[in-house]
Design a protein around this ligand. Structure first.
Ligand SMILES: C[S@@+](CC[C@H](N)C(=O)[O-])C[C@H]1O[C@@H](n2cnc3c(N)ncnc32)[C@H](O)[C@@H]1O
Length: 296
């Protein structure tokens, strides 16, 4: 048995090692990911649609397979979180699902599988010509002090490519395709929506999406975006005059602003807002002593 003080000394030396630090960082990521995946599989998400743990485990395998086959801006873990949220929507909340900004259709393929299981239609909306504009767009993630210049045409996936990927890995029969710039195509939507995944990168594109989608979104419906780290996009959700002008309601705010939902140790790219009356507390848990810790 190694004496305690030597164990501690060993640990102090070890924790200075960059290799050990990398191992621990990787381990934390894996541990959190495993927790979220296990939660998804073992908890009864989608039971109201007749889904079993085996169905959810199969979905996770399919998502993992899809991201190895189709270039994806969205990892399988994020797709799993989107699936979880879609499955928590009650079956009697009627409406379609939409993904705005699909690149090669990897996430569309995954979402289409969930839509097939829940009897919903998936609208796959994109220019199918990549990002709009004439100049590179500075995309900042302030929390990470990182940036990129996104040039027009980046993330181009043609309609044929996207359709083929969904046919090969998803459920093509539940999909409708909406090709063109969001500002032109999304205003043609006229059916209720329950869930939107906005992955448009640009602030102007996200505004085009919100302007068209919010009025069609059912009470209790969700809008997720993959641009939670980008303050230009996040700011839209708090832009009071814009919401009053375009949607006739107060700005809803955004959960995950700037650093994303806690599904990865340091940062994640997703956040969301639910459309609900500010006074609605149905199904909420009352906490006492102002304690919001989950296990109390
Ligand atoms: C980051 S990619 C989407 C990645 C995809 N969601 C995934 O998970 O792999 C951004 C997409 O948004 C589309 N896009 C951005 N602004 C648009 C606009 N105003 N109209 C149509 N498509 C747009 C681009 O064509 C591109 O496919």
């Amino acid at each position: 048995m190694i004496p305690r003080h030597l164990q501690y000394l060993g640990y102090r030396l070890l924790r200075r090692s960059p290799r050990f630090q990398r191992f621990i960082a990787h381990f934390s990521q894996l541990a959190l990911e495993s927790y979220l995946i296990q939660d998804f599989i073992t908890q009864p998400y989608g039971a109201a649609y007749g889904l079993t743990a085996a169905d959810r485990a199969r979905l996770v395998e399919q998502f993992r397979h899809i991201v190895t086959r189709v270039p994806s801006g969205t990892p399988a873990l994020v797709q799993t979180i989107l699936a979880r949220e879609l499955l928590t929507l009650p079956p009697d909340t009627l409406g379609d699902v939409i993904e705005c900004g699909v690149w090669k259709g990897a996430t569309s393929a995954s979402l289409s599988l969930v839509c097939e299981m829940t009897g919903r239609r998936l609208i796959v909306a994109d220019s199918f010509a990549g990002l709009p504009g004439t100049n590179p767009y500075l995309y900042r993630v302030d929390h990470m002090q990182s940036y990129d210049y996104l040039e027009p045409g980046r993330f181009r996936g043609t309609l044929d490519e996207v359709r083929a990927n969904i046919r090969d890995y998803g459920a093509l029969a539940v999909c409708s395709f909406l090709g063109g710039w969001f500002a032109d195509t999304l205003p043609t939507l006229d059916r209720p929506l329950v869930f939107a995944f906005l992955d448009a990168d640009l602030e102007s594109s996200t505004r085009d999406c919100l302007r068209a989608i919010w009025p069609l979104l059912a009470e209790g419906g969700l809008i997720y975006t993959d641009d939670a780290g980008n303050m230009a996009v996040v700011r839209i959700f708090f832009d009071e005059p814009w919401w009053q002008t375009h949607c006739g309601e107060p700005a809803p705010g955004f959960i995950g602003s700037g650093s994303g939902l806690p599904i990865m140790p340091i940062t994640s790219s997703i956040g969301y807002i639910r459309k609900q009356r500010p006074t609605a507390l149905d199904g909420w848990r009352r906490t006492y002593n102002h304690s919001f810790l989950p296990f109390q």
